[in-house]
Design a protein around this ligand. Sequence first.
Ligand SMILES: Cc1ncc(COP(=O)(O)O)c(C=O)c1O
Length: 493
Amino acid sequence: MNIEFGEALFKRLLPGEARGKGNDMASKIANQPTAASMIEADLRFHLHPMTKPGDRSADDVVVIESARGCYVTIGGRRYLDGLSGLGCVNIGYGVPSVCEAGFEALKNLSYAHSFGGLANKDAAALAAKMVELTEGDFAKFFFSSTGSDANETAVKIAYYYWLLRGQPQRRLLLSRKHGYHGNTLVATSLTGLDHYHPQFGLPLPGLVHHADAPYFYRYGEGRTPEDFGLAAAKSLEDTILAVGAENIAAFFGEPVQGTGGIIVPPDNYWPEIRRICDKYDILVVSDEVITGFGKTGEMFGYQRYDFKPDLITMAKGITSGYFPVAAVGLSAKVQEVLASSDDEFEHGYTYCAHPVGAAIALANLAIIDDELVRRVREEIAPRIAQALQRFSGHAIVGDTRGVGVMAAIEFKAPSGSAEDATELGARVSKEAFARGLIGRQIGATFALILPLVITDEELDRVLSVTDDAIQATMADGPFDADLAWADWPEVKD
Ligand SMILES: Cc1ncc(COP(=O)(O)O)c(C=O)c1O
């Protein structure tokens, strides 16, 4: 970035009395930000998520300036966002009808709570819309703000359900290795990715049991995908038998494990999971925070993988990230038990059913219609699958997998070392970025979660840049961050 950084410049930007005084400095920047002072402010005053809290320099600060369609602008350059933000911007950025719906809602009713049955029209319409989109598989919806708090809510609903059914001892939760369910204390405990745990002494002791993941490439050697699908589901049954079904409240699973590396299960896995959970009367929670709203080529992942959950959690794509909204859907089975109580449901947040979020969600869901999802299933997914097939011919590619707009390429190093494979993942990700494509490195995996609205031309570019990035990594020449790039197609409104 062509900005002069550092202490000397920062001091020149500030009036004498502000220099060296922490609070004055902060208010000066807050009130009159410039490009350089904002970078300094970010370094000094902003604790970022998933980022080293110290030891950052100005060169580490990547400023995202604006975004439109499938593109974001960083340092004056356009990049195609092949990760849709964090897997949330399903309809692309800055769609006028959604922005206008939010603005109108803000002007009309900038806030309303929903405690004690207080209603607002857009939240009521959104609840009805969700019942329609899930084709009646869910009878009622609870709204909150994030995927993590949706999962916390689902845990509380499961606990309350069992209390009302006279089995309050059902407190244990099941999930899977490689799963991701968010970052509040219980959601982190459900998460089966080890690096999220040690800093906080998690998982909460004795709360969660993690069964095996249906990760065929890592664990399926010597089996067919079908045998492996049954074996992975059997690991859940073994866990149930080990801890006692009578102690278990619910099983949480993502239809496709996203943050774990786009782990696509064999087709027979989820129906078998449902069968096992029915056998032991265990609630199934489908965590669709990533897979919801068209990403798998069906509106929801449970429809793609042919099972019926008891509860569903969602966030991200419900507003395409334009406003923080999340939802929990309750099947009729769960809703009927909750409705049998005369007591209030003692759970809620200030921002439940926010009228602005609901209006934005409705405008967003008017765009994610059957035709858009059909195009993902019938046009985008087959083209990605063809490209993945081609990539699997490269010597450093160990596995490729994908469904809908979600795709992953997992690398293997000639040395056989896991660290070297992770290096390959990092290099491919850097090479793609240098060519104007944003994806995500997850260990040895390069992951893409494309916007549903990606054009044919843009998709071709994503796939050819990914191929170029893999080939450049194999060639292992000097890295050139300044490749001549991005004659990407024009951004259309
Ligand atoms: C499957 C899944 N569940 C839950 C979450 C947590 O959502 P949030 O970050 O909105 O709390 C995520 C976030 O990536 C997710 O992918």
